[in-house]
Ligand binder design. Sequence first.
Ligand code: MRU
Length: 355
Amino acid sequence: MNSDSLPGPHPDRAILWHQERLWLLDQRALPHAAPYLGYDSAPEVAGAIRDMVVRGAPAIGITAAYGAVLGVRRAWATVGRGWRAAVEADLEILAAARPTAVNLRWALARMARVMDGLPADRDPEGPVLAEARRIHAADREANRRMGALGAALIEGPTGVLTHCNAGALATGGYGTALGVIRSAHAQGRLSQVFADETRPWLQGARLTAWELLQDAIPVTLVAEGAAASLMARGGIGWVVVGADRVAANGDVANKIGTYGLAVLARRHGVRFMVAAPTSTIDPHAADGNAIPIEERAPGELLSCGGCEVAAPGAGAWNPVFDVTPAELVDALVTEKGVLERPDAEGIRRLWNARA
Ligand code: MRU
C-alpha cells in the first residue's frame, strides 16, 4: 500500500494509524518535503525512532505503542497462543531505540500491562491497538491543558524563546512548549516568538519554524550563540521548552543547550518554563545524574545537510541532551497542574495525580 490514501501532511498528523499500518511523517525531510513512510513491524518502527524519522519524547512513546501493536500482530500470526512471550523481544527492541526520553518506556510499560491482562487464546490486536490509541488521544488532550495552564503564566505581551521542537510534531498533536506558545499567541500574550536553530539536527530551524508558520504564527530564528544577546537586549519574558525526562527532584533533561538557556535566563531575569506531561516524569531517577544522556554519532556534528562542514580529521562530542537543575526552573507545567520552583515533594504530588 502506498501513502496516496493518507490525509495531507500536517504537524498534528505526524503519527497515523491508517488501514492497519503505522505511518510516520518523515521529519528528516521537513520542511522541504513531507513524505509519509509506512511500517509493518516493530523492529522497523524501532529503526524509525533511532534514525529520527519521528522524534520528541511523547511522539516516540506513542510511536512505540503502535510498534508494539505490530509486534503483537506478528507474534499472534506466528505462534498463536504463545504470543505474549513471543512479543517480548520486539518490546525490548523498541525500548532500546533511544535512551533519554522516559515516555518510550512508560508507553511500552502501559502496553505490556494491557497484554498481561489478555487471554492467550484470542487475537490480542484489538485491545492492544485500543490502548495505543488511548495513549495517543490522552497526549493530545494533555497538551491542550498544558497550553492553557502555561499561557496563563505569561503576562504579555512579551517575547518568548523556545528551543528544539516541542510541538505537534514531537507529540500526539498541539505540542507541549509549542502548545503553550500557540495558546499564548491566540490570547495576544506574545509580542514575538524566537526559536533557536538547534544544531545539529536543526529541529528549531526546520521543524519549529515550519510548524508555527503552518499556524500563521510569526517566528524569528536565532543561532544558539545569540541567546545571551537576545536576553540582554530585553523584551524576552520567558524561555519555554519541553522535556525528555523529569527526575524525582525536578531536574529536567531536554535537548542539548537547554541548560545553557536556563543559566542565561536566570542571569537576565528571564523566567524559565518547562512544559511536559506527567508521562515524562521518572520517579525512579532520583536526580539528573540518574538520567541516561544519549550520545549520537560525531558525523551529525561534522556535517550539515549532507555537507561536511568541519576540518577533515576533527573529532566531535555529540551529547544530544543535557540536564537543567530544578533550581533554574521557574515553572513546570503538566496536564495535572503547574509546579512553581519544582522540588521532590511537588513532583511526587504530580506523579500521584496522574491517571
Ligand atoms: O532529539 P529529539 O529531537 O528527539 O529531542 C527532542 C527534545 O529535546 C524535545 O524538546 C523533547 O523531547 C520534548 S518534545 C515535546
